[in-house]
Design a protein around this ligand. Sequence first.
Ligand SMILES: N[C@H](CCC[C@H](N)C(=O)O)C(=O)O
Length: 275
Amino acid sequence: MSAQNPYHGLAFMKMHGLGNDFVVIDSRDGDAVVTPELARFLGDRNRGVGFDQLAELRPSDEGDVHLDFWNSDGSRAGACGNATRCAASYLMGLNGTDHLVLTTARGRLSARREGDLISVNMGQPQRDWAEIPLSRPVDTDALPLPGSPVAVGMGNPHAVFFVEDAEAVDVAARGAAVEHDPLFPEATNVEFAEIRARDEIRMRVWERGTGITLACGSGACATAVAAHVRGLADRRVRMEVDGGWLTLDWRDDGVWMTGPTAHVFDGVLRTGPSA
Ligand SMILES: N[C@H](CCC[C@H](N)C(=O)O)C(=O)O
């Protein structure tokens, strides 16, 4: 008989924001447990649980909670807006509060309950964003030209392409081609945005380390920033992603993102990656 797996008994929660789905592990009271192997195991939709990102809750000296994020390929993500909103909703429920402060790799983020929705301030876009000059020879079949992307940092990298018709984009082919382009030394998340009006954008996303997802909160923030920087949209926009609608508002104190969250079920592992 084989020895019991060391992850036997590990409790987790399954949550999503607009179908951007997460496994959330609350490790505030003990040691951190997540490793790249555990992330890959839990992220496997056939042999594990399945998620777009894994979030681990840790104690925080500077806020109510600290969050660490992983992608389903085991890589780390510096930011995850929808998982931040989900974790905030969970903790607000536990604490009986409508406001809290979360710390992540990029710093302190404020979250608020707004009726049924949760808002988080994802901070200011990082100042290294820029128009990317695609001056070197480009394989136009591989990159979604015409139009060079706007690179926006929201604690993680994003390349936002503006397109005439977001539905017509082959997100899997184009996204995968851009994700590991040498322009992006840390690889990149890739957004395809169609401007419908100055206050409405349709966006589809290819996430670094995960692939197509139904929503990407930091990507939605990056898209709103990119659209405003290009002069295409106001600072406050509604955004339709594959999983529903978000509101983005680039204020003086950062980019606020508002939308729904869902806590779907809780589970307990019986097995895990082999030790
Ligand atoms: N779904 C997340 C973003 C994940 C980004 C991740 N794929 C990365 O490697 O940066 C969000 O709601 O912001």
